[in-house]
Design a protein around this ligand. Structure first.
Ligand code: 5GP
Length: 190
């Protein structure tokens, strides 16, 4: 089977990490791409696993060396997807998960016409706010900013191949598995 990029986007707190953690546990031929970021690591995050945490100078150098497929500035930090890793894994027949924002998703769609994109929609902005407050990883002003970004991201959700409303995590995972299996079937023999 030919591999493909699987874009997973959605507002901060929508449930992308829960989904991705569950998907990689399943035997679906999925691998996650680790992005580069200039954001500081949060409590519990590991370098090389959650992100490659780098300073702005190193990030700029990677851009200059054409090592990123795409990158964005989100809040006041840069985030970028490594080119070499993604292309290599696709060649090996893997489904490569890219957990990226809606701008990055646009770029990947243009570069990889066989990409599949899923937008994780929170049931409501109120629920999203509750989740961000309860997970206790961002300060109050950061939560306000992330909710403002969320409103803009939701407006772009119709550009995605699929929208999954995260009412219930298990249901969200089941739906994503069905989507992935359908695309794997379509790619068989390619
Ligand atoms: P967080 O700081 O919550 O880890 O991520 C903030 C936002 O950046 C999320 O929407 C996440 O999906 C996005 N993001 C993470 N890595 C990348 C990347 O490599 N490229 C793009 N375009 N967005 C990314």
């Amino acid at each position: 089977m030919k591999g493909f990029p699987l874009i997973i986007s959605g507002p901060s707190g929508s449930g992308k990490d829960t989904l991705i953690n569950e998907l990689v546990k399943k035997d679906l031929g999925i691998i996650t791409s680790t992005s580069y970021t200039t954001r500081k690591a949060r409590k519990g995050e590991t370098n090389g696993q959650d992100y490659f945490f780098v300073d702005e100078k190193s990030f700029r150098k990677a851009i200059d060396n054409d090592e990123m497929i795409e990158y964005v500035k989100y809040e006041n930090n840069y985030y970028g997807t490594p080119k070499c890793f993604v292309d290599e894994k696709i060649k090996e027949g893997k489904i490569v998960i890219l957990k990226i924002d809606v701008v990055g998703a646009d770029r990947i769609r243009k570069l990889y016409n066989d990409s599949v994109s899923i937008f994780i929609m929170p049931p409501s902005l109120e629920t999203l706010k509750e989740r961000l407050v309860n997970r206790n990883t961002e300060k109050k002003d950061e939560i306000i900013l992330r909710l403002e970004i969320a409103k803009k991201e939701i407006l772009k959700s119709s550009d995605f191949d699929y929208i999954i409303v995260n009412n219930e995590p298990e249901e969200m995972v089941d739906t994503a598995v069905k989507i992935i299996n359908a695309h794997k079937k379509m790619n068989e023999g390619k």
